[in-house]
Write a protein that binds this ligand. Sequence first.
Ligand code: ZN
Length: 398
Amino acid sequence: MVEDIIIDVVGSFSDGKTTLVRALTSESTLRHSEERKRGITIRLGYAHFMLYKCVKCASFSRNSKCEVCGGEAIEQRRVSIIDSPGHKTLMTIMLSGAALASGAILVIAANQKCPQPQTLEHLETLKIMGVKNLVVAQTKVDVIGKERAKENKAEIEAFMKSNGFEGIKIIPVFSIHDVNIVELLQEVGRFSAPKASSKEELSFLVVRSFDVNKPGTPIKELGGGVLGGALKNGGLKVGDKITIYPGVFLRNVWEPLKTKVVQIQSEFGSEKEIHGGLTVGVKTSLDPSITRRDGLAGSLATFADKPPILKSKINIMYSSLTEREKTMFKKPLQKNEIVLINVLASKVLGTVFSVSGDKVAIIMNNNAQIPCYNGDKAVISRKLDNVWVLSGSGLIYD
Ligand code: ZN
């Protein structure tokens, strides 16, 4: 059976992330643009490819002819790559992406000393999100000498080790000439795919939402609103009735939205039924004006009988990224401090209500409510020189 897996490719803009992704997905880029024309493909996943496994030597390839031995290779897993913006101010967006990913490729350029501040922040994010499957692609090895490349590798090794990622493979790649991309594929092939969970536990994280109708479409011909995201739990199929939380804010209360799944589209085509590990666009029977311009981004869709808890206040066991708090923030988390909270797909501003040891209570601002379950993880960012900077995380216990 073909498995689905979402991976994150993280690294600075200048570190060669784009050319690497292009090398990984060379076979699928054309089809990708075709899918895009159909309109409902989620704009969160920006690249994807099929990973084939060789019948003879068990190596992973990008096509049905094994890139290692030339033998016959069969479809093994559908890989969706999530776009993780490399720019610092966009880091908080990456948090919702990382919540969906099972593994990551960390791109580090060899022509700079490791770690650069952004590389550290990316690795800390992966750590916070609990991403265990990881491989480092060392880029730009061609622009430096052999000695320096070796030194850089040692720097990366020390950096990974000091962050609890000892033994992670570091693969020097030369994307433009397709050097070592196959080696990288072997690692991605070994990443553990999400386990299928029972269908009853449905939780679909809505990361984007949109209206795919062209302006001026007659009302009778309007297609329903589209939810972009991925499953965290359970399965979803065309025809399912789902409820979206917190829903819409009407007359001072949140009203959950009930709707029906009309169509499911992934980057690979039309899907009848999906499980985790795939970014999809789900067309619903909702009025498209509700989903327009990310109107429902941050929501959680479940079956009506398994609603999440809607929280206007969360209690967490907070643990800070120690090094960062010491070097960047002058004080620990303060009462009345405004923080940015990421839980599942939601991203909400809140105010620290109390701090007592590790126990931190935060109240959401602007009547916001977070749909989640006790035990979910809240990621906290604090403001530093007008930029949100990741500071720590904690499990929600109440
Ligand atoms: Zn082979």
